[in-house]
Design a protein around this ligand. Sequence first.
Ligand code: DGL
Length: 272
Amino acid sequence: MSRDAAIGVFDSGLGGLTVAKAIRERLPSERLVYLGDTARVPYGSRSGRTVVRYARTCGRYLAQDEIKMIVVACNTVSAVALDSLRVDLDIPVVGVITPGAQAGVRATKNGRLGVIATRGTIASGAYVRAVSAESSRVEVFARPAPLLVPLAEEGWLDDEIAHATVARYLEPFVDDEIDSLVLGCTHYPLLRNTIEAEGARLFSKLSVVDGAEATAIAVDELLVQYQLSRQGEGELSIRVTDLPGRFSEVAGRFLGEPVDRMEVEQVDLSPS
Ligand code: DGL
């Protein structure tokens, strides 16, 4: 495998661009191929079996090109399909749950860690397992926060609806006495300021942990370990499975830089 090969990054839609952004910031020399399965989004409300089936088609699609690693940017896929992808694909596969859980374990001082994510991710128990693999002193309190996904896509990040919704999702954690909260979904980092503001209002102290940055560090470490780090100028190519129009409009917010509609390519995945 060559250092020059790209890293494949995929997600159910555009949310995974928050992970692509973190990878680009940490590893600006890498070439990224991003696949958003916008024709089948959302994954977070679907059964584990369906998500595994969808994820395998995304993984196989990306592996047709010269790819040196796959980053599963979607928490829901990372929660239920990582093992199947590792069986299918002959290259390292990195998910977002373990790095996020490890960052959460490092953040909590009182050993009481909150996690918010999609229903699918929470139902899988993946964060609970990942945290307990890391530390026996940390207890996890995990709850779904599904409405934060459409809020992030709509761009309602800091208004009264965003604050009220975030507060409603955070309130049950007050009795759990958490001191740290993992954002276990691709979309939630966009609402980070609002989550921190409501966290400061409801808790004596709440550290908010975004797994995207921790994932980028894990990717970096793995590239170094396999001697696959690239030099030179990096690039990003974006592919989606539905029409790119709306995607391009919203994607810039997630990627932190404008996304030109002409640069987003629509692709067909092989039948699932
Ligand atoms: N990308 C998904 C995740 O991180 C959120 C959107 C969806 O439900 O597909 O879990």
